[in-house]
Design a protein around this ligand. Structure first.
Ligand SMILES: [Zn+2]
Ligand SMILES: [Zn+2]
Length: 232
């Protein structure tokens, strides 16, 4: 009965490959072609989240404790765009599952108390209607059975979009832009922080620093993807 129901459902809402969006694949799995072509991060450096061969830690004065499943390239990049700007919020199910597997692989011996996400300003939330990082965090919370709390951090002011800025302006833009919303919920806690993409890592670093300053015991990070190229 269940199978018939799912076949009927499929007729109206055909399952698609999450990455290339082709019809005919199961929702939570890549199609054969994407499985072969998608670039996953293997042998990662936890400081910058990149493969060790492309480690960029020497360019930063921070370490992120970051584990992300994919490189931000090609079809993964397109899929993240559809997720972020095209309203395809159900992609959080697939991405969240991949992120949870990656976190379990790298931080399997860490006992997280809470999962949170990079906050959005109210203006952006109104414009987009959802916080994509919160959707990812919620899915990871389900997969790892760790509670999700969206209210650990908040944005103290509106900031320019990071991708419109370069170099030092990126750091300046974020300076003191985040604050801990509820220090009691942060103090002494081991926290997993989620975002969609890691570009230079400036946003994750600011959020992570804010949580640690508010008394967090440890903060690890995860994103869907990490940008492999040099960002100036
Ligand atoms: Zn595909
Ligand atoms: Zn590194």
């Amino acid at each position: 009965m269940r199978r018939v129901f799912s076949q009927i459902l499929n007729l109206f809402f055909p399952a698609r490959c999450p990455v290339c969006n082709e019809i005919g694949q199961r929702h939570l799995h890549l199609c054969e072609q994407c499985e072969k072509s998608v670039e996953r991060v293997t042998d990662r450096c936890l400081g910058c989240g990149l493969p060790r061969t492309g480690c960029r830690c020497s360019h930063n004065n921070f370490s992120l404790c970051l584990a992300s499943p994919f490189l931000y390239k090609d079809n993964v990049r397109n899929a993240i765009h559809r997720f972020k700007f095209g309203g395809e919020t159900d992609l959080s199910t697939y991405f969240g599952k991949e992120m949870a597997e990656c976190v379990a692989f790298e931080f399997g011996d860490v006992k997280f108390d809470v999962i949170t996400c990079v906050p959005q300003t109210k203006r952006k939330r109104r414009k987009r209607g959802y916080n994509q990082s919160a959707l990812l965090a919620k899915q990871i919370s389900r997969e790892l059975s760790v509670p999700f709390n969206e209210l650990l951090l908040f944005k103290t002011r509106e900031t320019a979009d990071q991708h419109d800025l370069r170099g030092k302006d990126r750091l300046k833009n974020l300076k003191n832009a985040f604050a801990a919303e509820n220090e009691d919920a942060v103090n002494g806690k081991t926290i997993l922080l989620c975002d969609d993409i890691k570009t230079t890592g400036a946003t994750l670093n600011e959020c992570r620093k804010t949580l640690l300053k508010a008394g967090a015991k440890a903060v690890c990070c995860t994103t869907v993807a990490v940008t492999p190229e040099k960002i100036t």
